[in-house]
Design a binder for this molecule. Structure first.
Ligand code: ADP
Ligand code: MG
Length: 324
């Protein structure tokens, strides 16, 4: 791409480094010093314009989110992030437009990278429809990573933070009506739960990050753990005040919390006997979490309303979300 090297220089000038980066941006590949006794944890995620963010999203928010979704995957493994690469595909015709986008993108990307001491060590820059791929590398001690396949019947099911804010923002954006800037912030600037994840090492059994919606992601844990099920109480879904204010009808809100994606909270399971230790660890990590139900030997996810009725997230909820 014309101007590719000027653009890479621009990125390099703002890329954070670390002592364990032997060779960063500028050679054919990066050279990284993996500390002895640590396992390397690698994940990659792509965001595509028109699919992964609403039109008109600020470049800085795209930059933040592209990194955040990858750090969230490392959090779900209880890994500590170290290095990332960044592949940018840019559609812009002029060098000015490209620079403006990249500068804005880096504002958000570097803000989050700085927060977690993550070095940008390489990437690729091409022209085409706007898309961003980040590959994140983290470190974890052998045996300390949290897996999806470790849930057991009788485990508590926990969720960090609050669920449904991002889906609420998306529903409001689609409806082109009144919207909450606070909900929109949760959609644009998800918080990877890295501190929580680190605190859960040795306490949580199975973990997954909620990127595609609670039912889908918990479903992955249940399937990986040998075909287990879960009994969840809808009244215990952690809900922000803002979401409750904007979606006061809980039957319209639950689908956002159960099936909306993009929250990037952690869903994990743990022995009930460890509940107190987990609460204390989460307090220390500065993030709330709630027990929303139990893992069952019987397969499938069963939902119960606060009134004790079985609830199926059927047409009513989905239709409302779809129509919005
Ligand atoms: P090559 O052709 O050998 O793959 P490139 O010309 O694509 O090398 O890239 C030159 C250097 O710039 C490499 O070190 C590469 O990792 C880095 N780089 C390219 N694009 C980006 C980007 N978007 N972000 C970070 N580093 C990048
Ligand atoms: Mg290249």
């Amino acid at each position: 791409m014309a101007g590719e090297f000027a653009l890479i220089d621009r990125i390099r000038a703002r890329a954070r480094s670390r002592a364990d980066v032997v060779l960063g941006i500028g050679d054919d590949a990066a050279l990284l010093a993996v500390p002895p006794g640590q396992q390397l944890v690698v994940t990659t995620d792509t965001l595509v314009a028109g699919v992964h963010w609403p039109d008109g999203t600020a470049p800085a928010d795209i930059g933040w989110k592209a990194l955040a979704v990858n750090l969230s995957d490392l959090a779900a493994m209880a890994a500590t992030p170290a290095w990332v690469t960044l592949a940018l595909t840019l559609p812009f015709a002029s060098a000015e437009e490209r620079s403006a986008f990249v500068d804005g993108f880096l504002d958000g990307f570097c803000e989050l990278a700085d927060e977690h001491d993550v070095a940008l060590v390489g990437g690729d820059t091409t022209s085409g429809p706007l898309a961003v791929t980040v590959t994140a590398h983290g470190l974890v001690a052998p045996g300390a990573a949290l897996h999806r396949d470790a849930a057991r019947p009788g485990d508590d099911v926990w969720v960090t933070g609050t669920l449904g804010d991002a889906a609420g923002a998306l529903a409001q954006w689609r409806a082109r009506g009144p919207f909450s800037a606070k909900l929109r912030y949760r959609l644009d600037r998800p918080t990877p739960r890295l501190a929580v994840a680190a605190a859960l090492r040795g306490l949580a059994r199975a973990a997954v990050d909620v990127s595609d919606g609670l039912l889908a992601d918990l479903g992955h844990v249940l399937a990986a753990s040998g075909g287990l099920g879960a009994a969840l109480e809808l009244g215990r879904l952690p809900t922000s005040r803002t979401l409750a204010d904007h979606f006061a009808d809980e039957r319209a809100r639950w689908p956002l919390q159960l099936s909306g994606g993009d929250d990037y909270e952690l869903c994990f399971t743990a022995a009930p006997a460890d509940a107190l230790a987990i609460e204390m660890a989460l307090d220390a990590a500065g993030c709330g979490a709630a027990v929303i139900g139990r893992i069952t030997a019987e397969p499938g996810i069963r939902l119960t309303t606060p009134e004790g009725e079985a609830w199926v997230p059927g047409a009513a909820g989905y239709e409302h979300f779809g129509r919005a």
